[in-house]
Every structure is written in C-alpha cells, then in structure tokens.
Write a protein that binds this ligand. Structure first.
Ligand code: FES
Length: 303
C-alpha cells in the first residue's frame, strides 16, 4: 500500500483525508538521475541526512510543480525514510503542494488585519475573475489561487504574494491588474524583495539552488521600509524613547552580565534603518531556457 499523502496509509499518519494526491499528470517531467544527484548535494549540507527533507521537497516541486508520489518515493529512498514519514512532513506544511500547481501561485492574505482592510474582497474578486476557489488552478494552468494566513507583513496590509514575493498594500483593482499581467506572461516587479520568478523557480531557490548568475539578484532587491518605520519616526519627532532596560540584580557576573552586555552590544551595533540598494535590475526571468537542471546556477528545464 502506498503511504503517500492522502492515501489510506498517509491519512493514518497525518489525520488528513480531504486533500488527496492526484495522479501524476502525463506531461509531468520525470525525476531523473540529475534530480537524485541534486538531492544528494542537499543531503551533504547537513550533519544528519533527514534534516535535508524540507529542501528536498522543494527540489521535487521545482521539477514537477508539486510533491508528486514519485517525489515522495525519491526522498524516502535517498533519506532511508518510509514514504509515510515523508508524506507526514509534506502534508504538514502548506508550501508543499499536493496537486500540480499553476505557473504562478497567488496567495491572498485573508487573516485579520488584511481582511478588514480588504483582503477578503481581493480574494473574492480574484476567485470570481479566475473561476477558481482556494487551492484551485485556472484551466490554462497560469494561476493557482489560495488564501493565506498572516504573511508576516501586516504593516503592508492588505498583501498579496506571487510565488512568495510581496505585493504590498493591494486593493481589488491593483490585484486584478497584477493577475492579468501574470496571465499575459509578464512579471511585475514585487514591491520589495527579490524579482519575480515562477513557482518552480522559487521552489528551486528554496531548495538552495540559485537560478541566477549573479547570486545577489535572487536575494537582494529594493527595500520598502516606510510603513515599518512609521512608529520609529514618530517617536523620534516627538522625542520619545523606550525606557532603559533594567539591568539584572547581579550585573557584574553570570547571566545578568551577559544579558546586559548583549543589550549594550545590540545598541552599539544596531544598523541605521535604510532601504537596501538595488543590486540588479534583473527582471526575474525564471529558469533560463535551454539549460540543464543541476548545473551550477541553473534551474530545471521547462516541461
Ligand atoms: S494579517 Fe495579512 S500579513 Fe498579517
């Protein structure tokens, strides 16, 4: 019996029975010997092999667009785990997809702050436009839509991410324009962070393989700290400051001294808030065309 997520055995492990893994699509690119070599490269990064499972699952997604049954088997074989163990991990985290995804995954935060500022309206509008609901993919395969819990960017609410890159302070119109551009094959620059790639491309990055000749392009991009620093600026304008932290009673030795020293050190070393410089104007082109997966700095070939 299979122990894949969604299978009877996998369900016994995970307690989940509502998201069955769909059979691999016929056009799915196969996992090759190159995939195994890359999986072993990931494993070699860790002192304990099973620690490599999370990036290995991203690697599988970078080839096939989701954690396929074939991918679960590969991870289990390479790590000496059971498929049930791999399935239990793959079904725990929402970033591991149980069915083939579209070219881009659009996540709309519908958690409290985003929702009251319009996140749910954005989700409803996109759902109506695209004709899909949460965790469904458009018929043309361009977009998988999902609602997301807090994306840790409440100061930019309401936020939408595409392939986990941020598009801040959206409204219904801007989100519609964003998705329309994606469906035309465009890659609008995120508000901050790295340039946009696609779901398989970002999965490759999450597996620890860079897509770009210039490594900085994948990790550095313009910052947008405005809303985050509003409180700090207001405090400076008003001459307000946080009260001094009380030193521990025994400040000359032991943990108290270490704590106090750490606070002082943190104060001295605190960097000036400033936006990051734009290192590269790369438009976020995804997997370079005509390249073989696994070569340094390259992504998997297109299906
Ligand atoms: S509630 Fe949407 S990012 Fe926190």
């Amino acid at each position: 019996m299979s122990a894949l997520p969604g299978s009877a055995e996998g369900t016994a492990v995970t307690g989940l029975d509502s998201s069955p893994v769909e059979p691999a699509a016929a056009e799915l690119p196969p996992l090759t010997e190159q995939t195994r070599l890359e999986a072993r490269e990931i494993i070699a990064r860790y002192p304990v092999a099973r620690s490599a499972l999370l990036p290995m699952l991203h690697l599988v997604q970078s080839y096939q667009g989701y954690v396929s049954p074939e991918g679960v088997t590969l991870c289990a074989e390479e790590l000496g785990l059971t498929k049930a163990e791999v399935g239990a991990v793959a079904t725990f985290y929402t970033m591991y997809k149980r069915r083939p995804t579209g070219r881009h995954i659009v996540s709309v935060c519908t958690n409290t702050l985003c929702s009251v500022l319009g996140g749910q309206r954005i989700m409803d509008a996109l759902s109506a436009d695209l004709g899909v609901h949460h965790d469904e993919t458009t018929a043309d395969g361009s977009i998988t839509l999902e609602h997301a819990e807090c994306l840790a960017a409440c100061d930019y609410a309401p936020v939408v991410t595409v392939d986990y890159e941020f598009y801040d302070q959206q409204d219904v119109d801007s989100a519609r324009e964003l998705v329309a551009a994606l469906r035309r094959g465009e890659k609008p620059l995120p508000t901050r962070g790295a340039p946009l790639t696609d779901f398989r491309g970002i999965s490759r990055q999450l597996a620890g393989f860079n897509q770009y000749d210039d490594a900085a392009a994948a990790i550095d991009a313009p910052g947008a700290l405005g809303p985050t620093l509003v409180g700090l600026r207001l405090a400076e304008e008003r001459g307000e400051s946080a009260p001094e932290m009380r030193r521990a009673a025994s400040s000359s030795s032991g943990a108290g001294a270490a704590e106090a020293a750490g606070v002082e050190s943190a104060k001295r070393g605190a960097p000036e808030p400033a936006g990051r410089s734009l290192v590269d104007q790369n438009d976020g082109t995804d997997t370079p065309a005509g390249t073989e997966p696994g070569t340094s700095g390259q992504g998997p070939g297109k299906a």
